[in-house]
Each structure stands twice: as structure tokens, then as C-alpha cells.
Design a protein around this ligand. Structure first.
Ligand code: NAD
Length: 341
């Protein structure tokens, strides 16, 4: 049996555990490194035929050229979003790229709803108070979700699950997508509308589009100004969907009811790291952390047992397929194998 040498960048303990468990027959020789991939760190892939990367690794053209010069031939993304990889350059350089398009939309959608509930019912503040033996309820009034209107921007796998959960709460759900799913909307009583109406009419807005040139800063000053006073905005997709400066201005004005973020525009180098004891250098993140109605988690919406196991299963299956010259799992390739021949 041939053993595929694979360099795994930005490794966390759960990656190591889940990947090793998914490849328990010794078909892959893992080289786990803690740091992120970039043109500067690509040399760590020396001797590997494949690499495995995550959301904040940066495979731009310079990095891909460095990888190609080391004879790396395959990139297995262990995530869905692929905005960090220059796919055209990878194809040109003969590197195949796969991702894990759908591991558990429930994990991500449920986290969006967790942020919404925690913000609306002020759970972190209420819990902190109780630990301080402060049992007062002042300032902790939320609102019923039942009967309110939620807006889902992007009704792909995750957005649809989020919409269904919110329908379960008895919310009216408006949605906007460039490729609407009319059958699904009919089945779950979701109403498609345009992006402006969605921004204007909802008490809760949750973002579920990928980051593309079209969706970059899709939430900016003009969009925020359309929103009703008190709107709760949730982003578990990609940080750069929101213009952070405009968000801070809207929060300072007191118009927004709450903001729940699992992703942040400048999260690279901050999220996933233990920086406790250090001085935070990002002034915008520091400002966001001062608002009592902002709740931030560090890109963990995907982090359920089921999702991590599925990510590892698909990643390993594709690495083995690459090693044995078999087709990749359907729907996981970002550049068709035929393009590389
Ligand atoms: P998907 O491809 O199934 O759905 C994305 C939807 O967005 C599609 O329906 C698409 O038509 C729509 N869309 C694209 N461009 C649009 C635009 N300009 N305006 C409106 N709609 C647009 O993707 P998914 O599996 O639902 O994932 C969505 C995103 O969630 C991913 O791209 C990723 O960035 C993010 N994500 C985050 C985490 C996390 O841990 N926080 C985990 C997984 C995915």
C-alpha cells in the first residue's frame, strides 16, 4: 500500500484526532503543523504530495507556486468556504483542490440561532451577574421571537436550515438569494423578497451567503441605515460580508439591537489562537468587544462532533482517492480533474 504524505496546516488537537481516526489504516502519513499556510510557510510541505488546509490558510498565487515547486499536487480543504484559495492559479499550476461542501448545515445554523437566543435573552450578561451574586433583572428584557420577522440572506444548505428553525419558533421568514429555492420556500412558508425589503422589514437578519466579490460588504452603511431600530444581526458566514467600520458606527448610534458574530473581517491570526495575556492589536475588534449587545465566538459554528467527523471522513476519502488515482467524492472538487490533465 502506498502511503500519502500529507502536510496539515493550522492543526488543532481536534483536527489531529479526527483525521487520524478517519485514516486508521495507515494510508496517510500526516505531518501536522500548527501554523497557517502562506507563501512564507509553504516550505513546510517539503516532501508531501498533498496538503490539508483550513479557513484562514492563504493559498494565493505566490503560495501555490511555492507548493507546485515542491511537487505538491493536491490541496484538501477541510472546510466549505474556499475564498482563501486562488482556484484559477491552482488549476493552472496543476494542483487539484477539494473541499468539504456540506458536513453539517445543522451545526452552523444551530450556532446562528444560539447566538440569536443568547443575544436576545442576554444570557451571557445574565449568567455573569448571577455568578457575581447579582440577581437583579434590570436591563435584561428581551423580546418574543414568535410573531417577529426574520430575514435570511442566502438560502443554501445552512440558510435553509436556519430559516426552518426560525419558522419553528413561529417567526415570519423573509429570504433573499440570487438563486431562490421556490419549492423549498413553499414547503416551509418562507417568502422571497429583494435584499432592501429584507433589510427594512426584519427584526432579525442572519447572513448565509459565501464571501464573493458580490457579497463583500453586503452589509454596509446604506444597508444598516435601512434596518429597523433594534434589529439583531447575525453573521456565521464570513467576516467580510460586513463592513466592520460601518457596523461599529451603527452600534455606537444605538440603532442595532444586537450583533452576533462567529466570523470577523480581520479574524486571521486572531481567531483560533490563545492570545490571553497579550495586548490586542486590532482596535476595531477591541471596540466591538466593548458593546454589551455584541456577542462574538471565534469561528466555531462548525464545531460539533458530527461535523468534525464528517469533515475528516470526506477529507480522508479525497486524499485516498488522490493517492490511488480514483475520482474525488461527487461535489467536492473545485477544479474538475479533467481540467488538470
Ligand atoms: P451554499 O453554497 O449551500 O449556499 C450559499 C447560498 O448563497 C446559495 O444559495 C447562493 O445562491 C447564495 N448566494 C451566493 N451569492 C449570493 C448573493 N450575492 N446574494 C444572495 N445570495 C447569494 O453554502 P452553505 O453551505 O449554506 O454555506 C454558506 C457559507 O457559510 C459558506 O460559504 C461559508 O462561508 C460559511 N460557513 C461558515 C462556517 C462557520 O463555522 N462559521 C461553517 C461552514 C460554512
Amino acid at each position: 500500500m502506498t502511503t500519502l504524505q500529507t502536510a496539515v496546516f493550522d492543526t488543532k488537537p481536534y483536527d489531529r484526532e479526527s483525521l487520524q481516526r478517519a485514516a486508521s489504516n495507515g494510508e496517510i502519513e500526516w505531518r501536522f503543523v500548527d501554523w497557517r499556510l502562506s507563501a512564507e510557510t509553504a516550505a513546510a510541505a517539503q516532501g508531501a504530495q498533498a496538503i490539508c488546509i483550513f479557513v484562514n490558510d492563504r493559498a494565493d498565487r505566490a503560495c501555490l507556486e511555492a507548493l507546485a515547486s515542491l511537487d505538491v499536487k493536491h490541496i484538501a480543504l477541510r472546510c466549505a468556504g474556499y475564498n482563501g484559495v486562488d482556484i484559477a492559479a491552482a488549476t493552472e499550476l496543476g494542483l487539484s483542490v477539494t473541499r468539504v461542501p456540506a458536513y453539517s448545515p445543522y451545526a452552523v445554523a444551530e450556532h446562528a440561532v444560539a447566538l440569536l437566543l443568547a443575544l436576545n435573552r442576554k444570557i451571557p450578561r445574565a449568567s455573569n451577574r448571577v455568578h457575581d451574586l447579582n440577581f437583579s433583572l434590570n436591563g435584561l428584557v428581551g423580546f418574543d421571537l414568535h410573531g417577529k420577522t426574520a430575514g435570511i440572506l442566502g438560502t443554501g444548505r445552512i440558510g435553509r436550515v436556519a430559516a426552518q428553525i426560525l419558522r419553528g419558533f413561529g417567526m415570519k421568514v423573509l429570504a433573499f438569494d440570487v438563486v431562490p429555492s421556490h419549492e423549498w420556500a413553499k414547503e416551509y412558508g418562507v417568502i422571497y423578497t429583494d435584499a432592501q425589503t429584507l433589510a427594512r422589514e426584519c427584526e432579525v437578519i442572519s447572513l448565509h451567503t459565501p464571501l464573493t466579490p458580490e457579497t463583500y460588504h453586503i452589509i454596509r452603511r446604506e444597508t444598516l441605515e435601512l434596518m429597523k431600530p433594534g434589529t439583531i444581526l447575525i453573521n456565521v458566514s464570513r467576516g467580510a460580508l460586513i463592513d466592520t467600520k460601518a457596523l461599529i458606527a451603527a452600534l455606537k448610534s444605538g440603532r442595532l439591537g444586537g450583533v452576533g458574530l462567529d466570523v470577523y473581517e480581520e479574524e486571521e491570526g486572531v481567531f483560533f489562537e490563545d492570545l490571553s495575556g497579550q495586548i490586542l492589536q486590532d482596535d476595531e475588534l477591541a471596540r466591538l468587544l466593548t458593546f454589551p449587545n455584541v456577542l462574538i465566538t471565534a469561528h466555531l459554528a462548525f464545531l460539533t462532533r458530527e461535523a468534525v467527523a464528517e469533515i475528516a471522513r470526506v477529507t480522508v476519502a479525497n486524499l485516498v482517492a488522490f493517492a490511488t488515482g480514483q475520482p474525488f467524492l461527487p461535489g467536492t472538487t473545485l477544479n474538475a480533474q479533467s481540467q488538470l490533465q
